[in-house]
Design a binder for this molecule. Structure first.
Ligand code: FMN
Length: 187
C-alpha cells in the first residue's frame, strides 16, 4: 500500500515539517507500506493554471502531470494540516483543486494542529471538500494542540496519547484502503 502524506503549510517558519516528521516516526516499518511525503512548499504549485478543469482531463502543464501521477499512485492520503483563520490553508485547497479522479475512492486521514482547537475546525472545514472529490474521510483523527505538545525547540513531545491516536488513524486508513482498492481497479 502506498500512503501519500501531504504537508499542507508553506510558510518559511512553519511547524508543518516538525508535525509531519513526528507523524512519520509513528508509521511502523512495514514492507507492505510505502510512504511518499508531498511537501506543498517544495512542490510549489502555482495557483491553479490549467485551462480546462480536472474533470474534463487534458492537463497541459508539467507541474500538473507530475502532481497527478503522484496522487494517482497513492492508495491513501494523510493530510498534515494547520488551522488558519478557522479553516484550512490555501495551498492545500489549491493542491486538491488541481486534480479530480486521482483523489477518488481514497481514504483520507487527518493530522491537524493549531493553537486553540488543535486544527479541528480546519478538519471540519475541509471534510466537505474531500467528500466532493470522492475521498473517504477517516473519523479518528490526530489533533495536535501546539500549546500543549510543541516544546521550545519546535519538536512534538507526546505523552503517548498522540501516538495512540496516530496508530488508530493509520490502522483505519489502511483498513479502508484495502477495502476500497477493488473500487479503484481499472478506473
Ligand atoms: C494565517 C494564520 C492563521 C491562523 N489561524 C489560526 C486559527 O484560526 N486557529 C488556531 O488555532 N490557530 C491559528 N493559527 C496558528 C497556527 O495554527 C499555528 O501558527 C501553526 O503553527 C501554523 O502552521 P504552520 O506553522 O505549519 O504554518 C494561525 C496561523 C496563521 C499563520
Amino acid at each position: 500500500m502506498k500512503l501519500l502524506v501531504v504537508v499542507a503549510s508553506t510558510r518559511p517558519t512553519r511547524v508543518g515539517p516538525a508535525v509531519a516528521g513526528w507523524f512519520l516516526s509513528q508509521v511502523p516499518a512495514d514492507p507492505d507500506l510505502e510512504v511518499d511525503v508531498a511537501d506543498l512548499a517544495e512542490i510549489a504549485l502555482p495557483f491553479l493554471d490549467e485551462p480546462v478543469d480536472a474533470h474534463s482531463g487534458g492537463y497541459v502543464h508539467a507541474h500538473t502531470l507530475a502532481w497527478s501521477a503522484r496522487v494517482d499512485a497513492a492508495d491513501a492520503v494523510v493530510l498534515v494540516m494547520p488551522e488558519y483563520n478557522r479553516g484550512y490553508t490555501a495551498p492545500l485547497k489549491n493542491a486538491l483543486d488541481y486534480l479530480a479522479d486521482e483523489w477518488r475512492d481514497k481514504p483520507v486521514g487527518f493530522v491537524s494542529y493549531g493553537m486553540s482547537s488543535g486544527g479541528m475546525r480546519a478538519v471540519e472545514a475541509i471534510t466537505p471538500v474531500v467528500v466532493a472529490l470522492g475521498m473517504v474521510p477517516i473519523a479518528s483523527a490526530v489533533t495536535v494542540h501546539l500549546r500543549r505538545w510543541l516544546d521550545d525547540d519546535g519538536r512534538i513531545q507526546d505523552d503517548g496519547s498522540l501516538a495512540q491516536a496516530a496508530t488508530r488513524m493509520l490502522a483505519e486508513v489502511r483498513r479502508l484502503a484495502a477495502a476500497l482498492r477493488p473500487a479503484t481497479v481499472g478506473v
